[in-house]
Design a protein around this ligand. Structure first.
Ligand code: MEV
Length: 312
């Protein structure tokens, strides 16, 4: 049997992270240029299924790994769903998506593994199933995922998302450009989500007001994207960043990257994902892509990627 490769993109949340966990809407877009790839090949009889995370120098034997091991968990989820036994195979995983950086690295890997393993078994999983299987693994990464990450990564298209509801497709009327800048500070989503939950429990009225405003921002952003009014997104991104600072998930270094992007000509900027480190996104006019990239590097970004959100 020939080797099979399947891949999945990273993602950025445009607006509504954290508030989405509490039932408010959010918007996320795939980052198709940053991918995880899973290549699976047959192995000698009796080898079982091994997953080699090449970037991490880690090999996981699915049969004996702990139930909470995310790579073993996605493989087991696929096998249980298909009601098929573990094959003798080696699955090698490589990912360009930085880990613990708010770009969906865990989900990206889950989706690539699920698709490669199913294909190796002669099956094709529909997108909804892939998303649902990846969601189960998200629960290991952090206890109360909204489901937005697995949805945008599995569907690989922009999503307007409300927890517990099927994703609403929406139209990108006019393409727009984002720069994604890594602060280089890793941050596990589980920690920021848990910290926000503690603060929400201590001060529900204030936090519900913050979350409601974030949801309103996501609704307004969707309207502007559908109407092709891209510049109108800028104040929404800026306000969303201020709110994320208010709920305590920004850091001085993220605020600096956001300011540097704006001063260099970005229309708007904010942190993206769980925060506490990780990445910021900047909405940039095409003419300023290079200057804003340089400014972000100057302000300490360890990596800067450019992605175009295309019309759908
Ligand atoms: C993580 O990419 C986004 C958060 O809103 C968590 C979630 O939605 O599960 C912080």
């Amino acid at each position: 049997m020939p080797d099979i490769t399947r891949s999945a993109p990273g993602k950025v949340i445009l607006c509504g992270e954290h508030s989405v966990v509490y039932g408010y809407p959010a918007i996320a877009v795939p980052v198709s240029g940053l991918r995880a790839r899973a290549t699976i090949s047959a192995a000698p009889s009796g080898s079982g299924l091994r997953i080699v995370a090449a970037d991490l120098n880690e090999t996981v034997q699915v049969k004996t790994a702990l139930p909470t091991h995310p790579l073993a968990a996605i493989a087991r989820g696929v096998l249980a769903h298909l009601a098929l036994p573990e094959p003798d195979a080696t699955l090698t995983l490589r990912s360009e998506v930085p880990i613990a950086a708010g770009l969906g690295s865990g989900t990206t890997v889950s989706v690539a593994v699920a698709r490669a393993l199913a294909a190796h078994l002669g099956q094709e999983l529909d997108t909804e199933t892939v998303s649902a299987l990846a969601y189960e693994v998200e629960k290991i990464h952090h206890g109360t995922p909204s489901g937005i990450d697995n949805t945008v990564v599995a569907y690989e298209r922009p999503v307007y998302f409300v927890k517990g509801q099927p994703p609403t497709p929406f139209t990108i009327h006019t393409p727009f450009h984002l720069l994604i800048a890594n602060s280089g500070i890793p941050s596990a989503t589980r920690h920021t989500v848990a910290a926000v939950r503690q603060r929400w429990e201590a001060n529900r009225a204030t936090y519900e007001a913050y979350f409601k405003r974030m949801g309103d921002i996501a609704d307004a952003a969707r309207e502007h994207i559908e109407a092709g009014q891209i510049k109108h997104l800028a104040p929404l991104l800026d306000e969303n960043h201020a709110l994320l600072r208010d709920i305590g998930v920004s850091l001085p270094v993220l605020d600096q990257l956001v300011s540097a992007a704006r001063e260099a000509g970005a229309w708007g900027a904010k942190l993206t994902g769980g925060g506490g480190g990780g990445n910021v996104i900047a909405l940039v006019p095409p003419a300023h892509i290079e200057t804003v990239t340089a400014a972000l590097r100057q302000a300490g970004a360890t990596q800067v990627w450019h992605t175009e959100v295309e019309s759908h």
